[in-house]
Design a protein around this ligand. Structure first.
Ligand code: FAD
Length: 422
């Protein structure tokens, strides 16, 4: 069998898939090869994203196969597709809404790691009210000309491509005049400025678009139908709100070295994300180090936090099981996101209770080497990124509980008639 052959594994059971993958890895994995060459093999064999169609680097397997194959590749000492918003957000959006031409052109460079992506959704006047965005795109011959400003764009400073939402029709209600583009970032009309955060990291950017050009063929979905594609991206974003570094083998080899360097580079931007999640994993160690692990009030607070965390893990596992059966990400993403915010806040409270005023100190001789202070400064970000807590509650109230929708006076009028903050 050549590496290009994609035998039918439709209807396969997890054990069969595991065995076929192990057999394939035994034949083709060579840690001495270049990472890109290895990933080309993964794409050609359909093991890159096994739940996708065969034409686009998959094997048409059920949704559970992606997670199974990803973790099996690591267990076998090999490497899978890269992590990042290209793989997690742009690729599934392009697969779901893009033309065949876009799928052909854009998916492979994402999955080999040749091109990285950032998300250009939020604007100074449009965050929670994303559909109120006012960056404009006007068709000029065979390209769109874009003007406006985006903000809070994680990793835009080293991205090759941007998932861009821009307004292409001001005469229709706000959700109907938006178009979703694949924006080439390396051009004169795109200026990226890094923002310094209160926890001293700089993972966000402002992106200024001044007569930036996008080829006409880079529209993802239909012109004016970008909101539908944006909802797909947002649903995946809630699902992947916790970023995890892949556990690559420490063995030598060019492909592994390159994969580790790629992950180092990628996760440098996200080094504060574990602190953003509140570090509940550190509360027991912290209580012991501070000599308060026998304090009954502290013990109760820790028990409450761990209970919350366990319950949330089970909810996430139920959601994962539903996805494995083919369900698209839905309201459970909002529940998981809200739970993550509550756990982060609760954990920051417990760490503060343990450390007292010293929680505010930074530097090597402060609690847990400054990690606790970083937790306190980073936790607010958890309840904002990917849609705030209030927005998740609105989604759950309307979509799950069937409560009456918020009063929205600007929903049905042409966008040009709305006073906006742009
Ligand atoms: C860590 C992090 C990473 C991010 N990465 C990106 C990225 O890569 N790309 C990108 O485009 N954006 C990114 N963002 C931006 C993020 O999507 C926005 O910050 C978020 O959508 C909120 O928008 P806003 O900041 O404009 O706040 P606003 O929308 O102005 O909200 C202000 C407050 O009002 C509340 N509020 C607003 N509307 C309602 C309502 N209808 N009902 C009840 N309460 C409401 C909100 O909950 C919030 O408390 C990131 C943000 C963070 C923190």
């Amino acid at each position: 069998m050549s590496a290009m052959t994609q035998p039918s594994t439709a209807g396969a059971e997890p054990e069969q898939v595991r065995a076929q993958l192990a057999d394939w890895v035994r034949r083709y994995w060579d840690p001495a090869m270049a990472l890109r060459d290895w990933r080309q093999l993964l794409l050609a064999s359909g093991w890159a994203v096994p739940s996708w169609p065969q034409r686009w680097h998959g094997r048409g397997l059920p949704a559970w196969a992606d997670e199974l194959v990803g973790s099996e590749l690591l267990r076998l000492g090999a490497v899978g597709v890269p992590v990042g918003s290209g793989t997690w957000l742009a690729a599934p959006t392009i697969l779901a809404h893009g033309s065949d031409d876009l799928r052909d052109r854009l998916l492979a460079p994402i999955l080999t790691g040749e091109q990285t992506w950032c998300q250009l959704f939020s604007e100074p006047g449009a965050g929670s009210d994303l559909a109120g965005l006012s960056t404009s795109a006007v068709l000029d011959g065979d390209s769109w000309v874009v003007n406006g400003q985006k903000v809070w764009n994680t990793s835009a400073h080293h991205a090759d491509m941007g998932m861009l939402l821009a307004r292409t029709d001001w005469s229709v209600p706000k959700h109907q005049g938006i178009t979703y583009f694949a924006l080439p970032m390396h051009q004169r009309g795109v200026e990226v400025r890094q923002l310094r955060q209160m926890n001293f990291h700089a993972s966000f950017n402002e992106v200024f678009l001044t007569d930036a050009r996008i080829p006409a063929g880079n529209v993802i979905g239909e012109v004016g139908q970008g909101w539908q594609a944006a909802l797909t991206t947002l649903a995946y974003e809630r699902r992947f709100s916790a970023l995890q570094r892949p556990g690559y083998s420490p063995a030598p080899g060019r492909a592994l070295d390159e994969a580790r360097a790629e992950a180092d580079d990628h996760f440098a931007t996200y080094s504060w994300y574990p602190q953003r999640a509140g570090r509940p994993d550190l509360v027991i160690e912290h209580a012991r180090a501070a000599g308060v692990s026998d304090n009954p009030v502290v013990r109760q607070a820790i028990a409450r936090l761990i209970t919350l965390q366990r319950a949330s893990t089970w909810t996430a596992e139920r959601a994962r099981a539903a996805r494995a059966l083919g369900a698209r990400p839905g309201a459970e993403g909002s529940i998981g996101k809200l739970a993550a915010s509550n756990i982060a806040r609760e954990s920051a409270k417990v760490h503060s209770m343990i450390a007292g005023a010293a929680a505010l100190l930074t530097g090597p001789d402060s609690p847990l080497g400054g990690v606790i202070a970083e937790v306190l400064m980073s936790v607010p970000g958890q309840s904002i990124a990917g849609g705030t807590d209030e927005i998740q509650k609105n989604i759950l109230a309307e979509k799950v509980l069937g409560l009456p929708p918020e009063v929205r006076v600007d929903r049905d009028v042409p966008f040009s008639q709305i006073r906006h903050r742009g």
